[in-house]
Design a protein around this ligand. Structure first.
Ligand code: ADP
Ligand code: ZN
Ligand code: ZN
Length: 802
């Protein structure tokens, strides 16, 4: 390659283009499309991607590439094309679109080293460079006179590999291992010399006599019921020795997954899977919408479809929402396909994620199960893409590039000519409408595989409770059912249906609410530290004793945080053992899994939590599901609030009575007549769909209209209003007459981190050039963006309207 076309990492709208760089001789043989490079840009050195190559350039004074960061392309040709499309679709920079496809480790310039693999046969020159060492810093290679070709050949032959040193605390976890320091017969002799009363020391030595394999120190201490001191004594006596091993390089290494095989399908499953298997056999791209109630066997269909794909020698991408990437879910895929599966989710450290990604890149696996970003898995022969719980909003990225994984899936599905399967018990209106129009192929499963009925749902009107003098957040009915359930030794899932599951403080006298001085939003009360914190910036203050407005001392906290519900619950039913699951209790790595395990082991009667408990959990002993405030989401300023309410009520109801025991659901609400609550209680998706579609048509929302949301922010309010007005005026001149532009209006949260926020909403039906218009307008604002600290975000098909 003589001249490389490079996309550079420079954040400005006007430079969404490639730049030409000369490839110096030493990189000529190795520089390849899809590799990352360091190039000069003005006075700076920046990262970039080689996206093309040419022999001649029309510019005559070209600068040269400074460094090539990869020996093997990190992006395939397909992903480079995808990046271009993605940037276009989301009106963002190509560099951002390319970076979002890569694991964290490859985004920053991490320190690299070259590691010798076992049984490597090195060339003389490399042998000399390693000089007997197992690994060397990458810089040693670049400083040497060796050609890059020598190294890339050694990498290809599997003699060395390039490793990234991830400087994050999490990946550097080690555990201490113990093993015998002597031959077993020597150990046996020394055992006799140990003092008679040194019982624990004897037990420890005996353990190794029975089982001389290395064992984790903590495990052994637990087994023998002793302290580190015993180990130290034995170490001093020279009987055992300790060493460190790295922890969790393979996050699932220690899990044993019992092998499962295909189940004979039910008639409904068989009918649903048939056209999918045909599409795979014929290499045809179709989008299937698999609408199946909870427990109807959707996952079994995914597994058998993937089996076909593996047989063809192709690859499968499975997306599941972050919060349902529970060990239960992973187990089902690992159980069927074993080590042929890579798993990607945010619980992994940067190093672990990179390792899983590399297994995909090296074609060591044929299946990836992961959250949103797994849609960019660098497979080259995709045979199927599956999106489970397709209605989940976490598939939309709320940051640049604001893409929806479903759109990317369909785009890749077209490229690879393979089917895309969207599965859900409560599909989005957008997807279901497409299925009704025949754009997607619909498959329906309306029976559970065990033919169990869905649990009956009872609605409790909380206004009646209030009239009857019950001021707690638990209806008499729910209380009674919980107690009965506990008596029978069965378990309960309680859902607090709230997005802003926070508490705030308010003065009872004057109604004053403490707000963040930098963001126009109520501060959240943290009981443990007795602090008020802002969840949008890091501001915090002590809870005031007196109201800053009127001086009264009647400051109380309000809202129903999970913590508060937990307190009320244990007051009301003292015998209940409660596990609380919310953002606070699951922040630490592994905490989520631990709490669920405790609940599965019946160490608690009640699992209390927010949305995160509504999905994917399958506990056979759960017979009661309670929803505390079904309507709390209905009043959010969001046209999807009915749909979201319907979805979550349906999801959480599916948690009860999945196995032998029959289940029951109790839904508490102040608006029992609302159609989303009423229809969810009857599991009536069709009627809900029809009714909601009418609302959407009347109020001109998706799927009848497309949306685009422009948000503009700046520290000066006047400046924001003016800029937003200018934006709207420019846009108005370009779009069609029937396209609706609402705004400028203040955003639902009008100020965050001292920046005022205004927005405009575009509603359109047919505006093929809209993305181009927006990019053009952005370009005209680029000077303001750079000089005046104006921030403009464009969100095509937004989910968060705040
Ligand atoms: P969904 O994903 O629709 O909630 P699952 O695939 O989890 O449903 O299936 C629910 C339960 O039924 C699981 O325990 C699964 O093992 C079982 N199952 C699925 N398909 C069959 C089948 N054909 N025969 C027997 N059991 C099945
Ligand atoms: Zn007051
Ligand atoms: Zn704030």
């Amino acid at each position: 390659m003589n001249i490389a076309n490079v996309i550079v990492d420079v954040p400005a709208a006007s430079i969404n283009q490639t730049f030409d760089y000369r490839v110096p001789d030493k990189f000529k043989d190795i520089a390849t499309i899809g590799m990352r490079v360091i190039v000069p840009f003005g006075p700076r050195k920046v990262m970039g991607f080689i996206v093309g190559a040419t022999e001649n350039s029309s510019y005559n004074s070209l600068k040269s590439i400074i460094d090539v960061l990869d020996l093997h392309p990190v992006l395939t040709k397909e992903l480079l094309d995808l990046g271009k499309w993605l940037a276009n679709q989301t009106v963002s920079l190509q560099i951002t679109a390319l970076q979002v496809m890569l694991p964290q480790v490859l985004k920053a310039t991490y320190k690299k080293e070259i590691v010798l693999n076992t049984e490597a046969l090195l060339s003389k020159e490399l042998e000399a460079l390693f000089a007997g060492r197992d690994s060397i810093a990458y810089e040693e290679f670049t400083a040497s006179t060796l050609k890059y070709g020598v190294l890339s050949k050694a990498v290809k032959d599997g003699d060395v590999s390039i490793e990234y040193l991830v400087k994050s605390r999490i990946t550097k976890k080690f555990r201490t291992m113990l093993k015998p320091a002597k031959q077993l017969h020597e150990l046996e002799e020394q055992l006799l010399d140990l003092p008679k009363n040194a019982k624990k020391q004897r037990q420890l030595v005996n353990h190794f006599l029975e089982n001389p394999n290395p064992i984790e120190k903590q495990k052994l201490l637990k087994k023998v019921q002793t302290t580190a001191n015993t180990v130290n004594i034995l170490k001093e006596k020279g009987l055992i020795e300790s060493y460190q091993t790295e922890l969790f390089r393979n996050p699932y290494e220690n899990h044993l997954f019992s092998q499962t095989t295909d189940l004979p399908l039910t008639d409904q499953q068989a009918a649903a899977i048939k056209p999918m298997k045909e599409a795979i056999a014929e290499n045809e791209h179709h989008v299937f919408l698999l609408h199946g109630i909870t427990g109807s066997g959707k996952t079994e269909i995914y597994l058998q479809v993937i089996q076909d794909v593996i047989h063809k020698g192709k690859e499968a991408i499975v997306l599941v929402p972050e919060i349902s990437l529970t060990p239960q879910m992973v187990k089902r895929f690992k159980g069927r396909f074993g080590s042929n599966v890579a798993v990607m989710h945010s619980g992994l450290s940067a190093g672990e994620k990179y390792d899983e990604w590399r297994r995909i890149q090296r074609k060591e696996v044929q299946v990836v199960v992961g959250a949103r970003s797994a849609i960019f898995a660098p497979f080259e022969q995709i045979g199927v893409i599956i999106i489970d719980e397709e209605h989940e909003t976490s598939y939309k990225q709320e940051d640049q590039p604001r893409y929806h994984a479903r759109d990317v899936a369909i785009y890749r599905g077209e490229t690879h000519q393979c089917p895309v399967i969207l599965g859900s018990a409560t599909p989005t209106l957008e997807s279901y409408a497409r299925a009704m129009k025949g754009v997607y192929k619909l498959a329906t499963l309306d029976k559970r595989t065990n033919n169990k009925m869905l649990p009956p749902v009872e609605i409790v009107d909380m206004r009646d409770e209030l009239h009857a003098g019950n001021r707690t957040m638990f209806s008499r009915k729910l209380k009674e059912e919980i107690q009965q359930c506990i008596q029978k030794g069965e378990q309960i899932v309680l859902l607090l249906n709230r997005r802003g599951y926070s508490t705030f403080v308010m003065c009872r006298d004057c109604g004053h609410v403490n707000e963040c001085p930098h963001c126009d939003i109520a501060l959240t009360y943290h009981k443990k530290s007795s602090q008020l914190k802002c969840h949008y910036c890091s501001y915090e203050e002590k809870v005031p004793v007196h109201c800053p407005e009127c001086g009264s001392d009647t400051i109380r906290y309000f809202g129903t945080g999970t913590q508060r519900v937990e307190e009320a619950l244990t007051q009301l039913i003292p015998e209940a053992r409660v596990i609380r699951m919310d953002v606070d209790t699951t922040r630490r790595k592994g905490a989520h899994e631990k709490l669920l395990n405790q609940f599965a082991n019946k160490e608690a009667d009640i699992l209390l939590g927010t949305q995160m408990i509504a999905k994917g959990l399958d506990f056979e002993n759960v017979t009661l599901v309670g929803v505390l405030t079904a309507d709390s989401m209905l009043h959010l300023p969001d046209f999807r609030s009915s749909e979201k309410t319907f979805q979550i009520l349906t999801q959480v109801s599916g948690r009860a009575g999945r196995h032998e025991l029959t289940g029951k659901v109790i839904v508490q609400t102040y608006t029992p007549d609302h159609y989303s609550i009423e229809l969810a209680s009857k599991y009536d998706f069709m009627t809900f769909y029809k009714q909601e579609m009418q609302m959407r048509r009347t109020f001109q929302y998706p799927p009848y209209y497309f949306l685009a949301l422009i948000t503009i922010s700046h520290p000066n309010q006047v400046k924001v209003v003016q800029t937003t007005q200018r934006f709207v005026q420019m846009l108005n001149k370009l779009v069609k007459d029937e396209t609706i532009i609402l705004g400028p209006t203040p955003s639902a949260i009008p100020r965050i981190k001292d920046r005022y926020r205004y927005q405009c909403m575009i509603k359109y039906r047919n505006e093929p050039e809209l993305r181009g218009y927006l990019a053009k307008i952005l370009d005209q604002f680029s000077a303001d963006i750079r000089k005046e600290d104006i921030l403009i975000t464009i969100d095509m098909q937004p989910y968060h309207l705040m």
